[in-house]
Design a protein around this ligand. Structure first.
Ligand SMILES: [Zn+2]
Length: 237
């Protein structure tokens, strides 16, 4: 199992790792990684692997979860199993994705606290995010009000805490069960991301340290998708 360094240190920008497996010449499994794989609707990290000792560089162009582990796709063939690499994240990209991810938690927290609305899906990438939710009577003004309340949470600059609880604690805390999708049953210790005093969710992703880092949330578009399925698009200023 790849050690997922981003779970403990979301601000880790570079690290050393050993190549455990090479699949079809360009897909690498490392013994440890700070690259976040595309998951939970959040896009993946990119960056550079520099092989020791010859210093040859390989670009990491996508990172995805698979049955075998976290696959780092590089743009060139040539890396062999057992080689050691120095890895460096494209930090501008990662930091923007962290801002979007925390923004999505703020928005879903507002939707839940104000309207009991659950987010049923989201897609967060550079330059924009979208979130899906269920709402019987579609009212654009209401969504705009939610977004302006989300911006108040940004302005309050609340700390974002990451910690672990037991599965039992998760199951007995109704405030934690906000997502429509089920939570895997086989996980004993659950990582929680809490925007202090405002919202907490089981989450394996990367976030900024305080909500002020998110920046202004701008609602760019809303969309009806069937009877009660709605979608909103947003950007960060
Ligand atoms: Zn999340």
């Amino acid at each position: 199992m790849t050690e997922m360094l981003f779970l403990e240190d979301m601000y880790l920008k570079d690290f050393e790792a050993r190549v455990e497996q090479v699949i079809e010449e360009r897909f690498l499994i490392l013994n440890r990684t700070a690259f976040y794989p595309k998951s939970g609707g959040v896009s993946f990290d990119t960056g550079i692997l520099t092989r020791k000792p010859d210093g040859k560089s390989f670009n990491v162009i996508s990172v995805n979860k698979s049955e075998r582990g976290i696959l780092h796709e590089v743009d060139e063939k040539g890396i062999r199993e057992g080689e050691v690499v120095h890895a460096k994240l494209n930090w501008d990209r990662r930091y923007e994705l962290m801002r979007y991810h925390t923004a999505a938690h703020i928005i879903s927290g507002i939707f839940w606290n104000q309207g009991g609305l659950k987010i049923s899906g989201n897609e967060l990438d550079l330059g924009g995010g979208r979130m899906d939710f269920t709402l019987e009577d579609f009212d654009k003004q209401r969504i705009e009000d939610f977004v302006s309340q989300a911006n108040q949470i940004v302005e309050r600059n609340l700390p974002v805490d990451v910690y672990y609880i037991s599965r039992k604690e998760l199951e007995t805390d109704p405030s934690l069960v906000k997502l429509l999708t089920g939570f895997p049953r086989n996980i004993e210790h659950v990582r929680i991301v809490e925007i202090r005093g405002f919202d907490k969710q089981p989450d394996g992703g990367c976030h900024v340290l305080a909500t002020g880092e998110v920046g202004k949330i701008k609602l760019t578009k809303t969309k009806n998708k069937g009877k009660s399925n709605r979608r909103m698009y947003f950007e960060l200023g």
